[in-house]
Design a protein around this ligand. Sequence first.
Ligand SMILES: C[S@@+](CC[C@H](N)C(=O)[O-])C[C@H]1O[C@@H](n2cnc3c(N)ncnc32)[C@H](O)[C@@H]1O
Length: 347
Amino acid sequence: MIKYIGSKRTLVPLLSGLAAASEAKTALDLFTGTTRVAKAFKELGLAVTAVDLASYSEVFAKTWIALDGGSANLAELQRAMAELNSLTGKAGYFTKTFCEDARYFQPKNGERVDAMRDALERDYRGSWMYEPLLTALILAADRVDSTTGIQMAFLKNWAPRSNNQLALRDPGLLAGSGTAIRGDAIALASQLEPVDLAYLDPPYNQHRYFSNYHIWETLVRWDNPETYGIANKRIDVRGDDNRSAFNTKKLMPAALSQLINDVRADTMILSYNSDSWLLKDELIDLCSQRGHVEVIDVDFKRYVGAQIGVYNKSGEKVGSPGAKRNLEHVVIAGDKVRVKRMVNSLV
Ligand SMILES: C[S@@+](CC[C@H](N)C(=O)[O-])C[C@H]1O[C@@H](n2cnc3c(N)ncnc32)[C@H](O)[C@@H]1O
């Protein structure tokens, strides 16, 4: 699975358990990111709607949530992947920008990305396979990158995995139906169809995902943007578009309060990092507008970057890792009997 800061890989079993005990049939994942949680809900048989601001996240959600893998022609997808894997690399924008001017990937792999991405646009735009193939390409690039998992900087020396040859693999489609939406959770919350269960996993600091994962944005948009700085970020990272209220300490509490109020769901689950801007009691206060509230504190392994060290923009180590454990508050709010049943199901 892709390296993604704030991803809830380790929380998935707990969230799945809660969803199952809620007996929900429909669910909403409002900050879906990698779609890990939405996928787990879909695997439980729920009809899931996955929302996120990021373009790459929409591609993931179209692949894993909206597409019914049960009725997809998987042999056709395998043939398309084999064809793309057999292409000869051809240096283009991606190679120049991310492998020569910056060093996120080795040029041999950048050339393969350029060749595959051009072919995807030329031969698969409009096909049901477009998003699964693009997902497979992002995952393949992630497996051979030379970063600590965010694209603020690249490592000074090539990461060993970057020597491997980039190759597409089956992204593993899931049976069932769902919906993928790219947009602002705050604007969408009151517009979306009511659901049984909503999961909220907002960002918890000032670092924007648009900036942290600018290469995936560019790989999806394929718009050859002008870039700036050593990290070669898209020029529009500097602008005000693609900003989220959740990345501003001053705006975040009101944004979260409005969202909690607006979301149309019987039960809501919110996860929030204990290191961050809102205290546990403030979270409980915000969520109590939805009924009974219970909190589960999960000892959550810190993002791997914090374990490896602190790096400057040239990928040089400039600091030591901080404390390695922190808590994730999982707040559950709604009807008292149901919320208690959900929490009790975990013991
Ligand atoms: C903590 S991550 C979610 C991780 C996700 N649960 C997972 O396991 O992969 C927060 C996500 O919120 C998205 N985001 C930030 N602001 C948003 C907004 N206003 N509306 C919708 N999504 C937003 C980011 O793009 C990012 O993917």
